[in-house]
Structure formats: structure tokens, C-alpha cells
Write a protein that binds this ligand. Structure first.
Ligand code: SAH
Length: 232
């Protein structure tokens, strides 16, 4: 059985053509990209590294990591997002690889082949996130780096990520996120620890609606990123 929710995949299929439009539903991903890219690069020194981007979508993060000198494979189970990613890479003449394969299947095929595995804004769309965490842990080399980002589960996250972003500010299409699928950092850390990953950092990504910008900081109440390394 494949660890994917067809309804979740359809949500992204439907809007994939707007992936690289920085004023579209994907505006927030474009806005946070430089911040998360720096976070990853500062911790894992991307230049020359073999990187796997899980749930890469249209390739916003994947392409930016190539620009930092990484060798990137992006995987996703959405056909339309992957087509957009491939076309965009042709357009920008960037050397990158994309495949439509589940992270669990790739873990069977390429165990311990990557220096860095990134899996951003994807776990909260998957039926069994801990299976994705385990697969990412299998794919990374010993001493390699794994990065996740997701949305915390508490009343403030509900207010900001669903009511605020989808209903008040109209930043995301309604129904993009389901509260019950949000993941507490402690839950993600537990799943990672079970998979032999050691936590190195957790940082928040906060949105300032007045200045309409994001910053990385200590507030992990809503959006957050986590950095792990694999025990040798
Ligand atoms: N990681 C990218 C895209 C996030 S959008 C970024 O942060 O820029 C979420 C992506 O997860 C979509 O492209 C969607 O197709 C993908 N996705 C959802 N469920 C998935 C699954 N079970 N396996 C692989 N990809 C999945």
C-alpha cells in the first residue's frame, strides 16, 4: 500500500500550473524559500552534496539548492507538480533530476545514498508521516543531514495557519490544510528518534502580516523547521 492520500495529491495537481507564479497560491512558499534555503545551507553546506528533496512539488526549493552547488534529485507523487518542475528546469537550464516515486520505494532502491534529505511542507499532507520520516532516515548516509518542516498543532496554529491564511488573508486556497494532520515538534522528534535521527535544531518561521514578511526565530507555535543528523 502506498503512503499517500489521493485527495491531498489532487489539491496540488489542480493548482500546479501556478507553481512559479510568485503572486499565486504558492506565494508563501516563494516567500519562505530564501529563509529555509539559508537554514539548510548553513547547517549542511550544500555545495557538492547529493541532496534528495522529498515532496518537491514544482521545485522551488530543489532548484534553489542546485544554485547553491548541490546535486539534487526531487521526488513527488503528483504528476502535474513534477511536470511543472521538469519544464521549469528546462526553461532555466538547470541541471536537476525529478522522479515520480514514493519516498518509501526510493528508500528500498537507494539506501544511504544522500548527504542531505529535505522534506518541507509535506508531512502534514501524508497519511502516515512516521513512515516518511523512517524512509528519509534510511535514504541519508550515516552522519548525513535531514530537514523537515511542518505546522504545529495547537489553537494558535489553527487560528494562524487555517483561519488566518485560508479565510482572512486568502493566502492559501481553502482546504489546503487540515488541522488534525498538523504535527507537533515533539511528535516529529519522537518519530525521528525512533529512526535513529538525532535532533540538532528546531526553529520557527513566523509571518508578520503588517510587513508581510517571514523570519526565522524561536517561536515554533505555528510553522517550524527541524534539523536532524543520522547516527553513524
Ligand atoms: N516541498 C515543496 C512543496 C510543498 S507542497 C516546497 O516546500 O516547496 C506539498 C507537496 O507534497 C506537493 O507537491 C504534493 O504533491 C506532495 N505530496 C503530498 N503527498 C505526498 C506523498 N504521499 N508523497 C509524495 N509527495 C506528496
Amino acid at each position: 500500500m502506498i503512503n499517500a492520500d489521493p485527495q491531498e495529491l489532487r489539491k496540488f495537481e489542480a493548482i500546479a500550473h501556478r507553481w512559479w507564479d510568485t503572486h499565486s497560491d504558492f506565494k508563501p512558499l516563494h516567500a519562505i524559500n530564501p529563509l529555509r534555503l539559508n537554514y539548510i545551507d548553513e547547517r549542511a553546506a550544500l555545495r557538492g552534496k547529493h541532496v534528495l528533496d522529498v515532496g518537491c512539488g514544482g521545485g522551488i526549493l530543489s532548484e534553489s539548492m542546485v544554485r547553491r552547488g548541490a546535486n539534487v534529485l526531487g521526488i513527488d507523487l503528483g504528476e502535474a507538480p513534477l511536470s511543472v518542475a521538469k519544464l521549469h528546469a528546462l526553461d532555466t537550464q538547470i541541471d536537476i533530476h525529478y522522479r515520480c516515486i514514493s519516498v518509501e520505494d526510493l528508500a528500498q532502491e537507494m539506501p544511504e545514498q544522500f548527504d542531505v534529505v529535505t522534506c518541507m511542507e509535506m508531512l502534514e499532507h501524508v497519511p502516515d508521516p512516521s513512515s516518511v520520516v523512517r524512509a528519509c532516515a534510511n535514504l541519508v548516509k550515516p552522519n548525513g543531514h535531514v530537514f523537515f518542516s511542518s505546522i504545529n498543532r495547537n489553537p494558535k496554529a489553527f487560528l494562524m495557519a487555517i483561519v488566518g491564511a485560508e479565510y482572512v488573508m486568502n493566502m492559501l486556497p481553502r482546504g489546503t490544510h487540515e488541522y488534525a494532520k498538523f504535527i507537533k515538534p515533539s511528535e516529529l522528534e519522537f518519530a525521528a528518534r525512533q529512526a535513529q535521527l538525532t535532533i540538532r535544531d528546531v526553529s520557527g518561521l513566523t509571518y508578520n502580516p503588517i510587513f508581510q514578511n517571514y523570519r526565522v526565530g524561536k517561536d515554533i507555535d505555528v510553522n517550524y523547521m527541524m534539523h536532524f543528523t543520522k547516527e553513524a
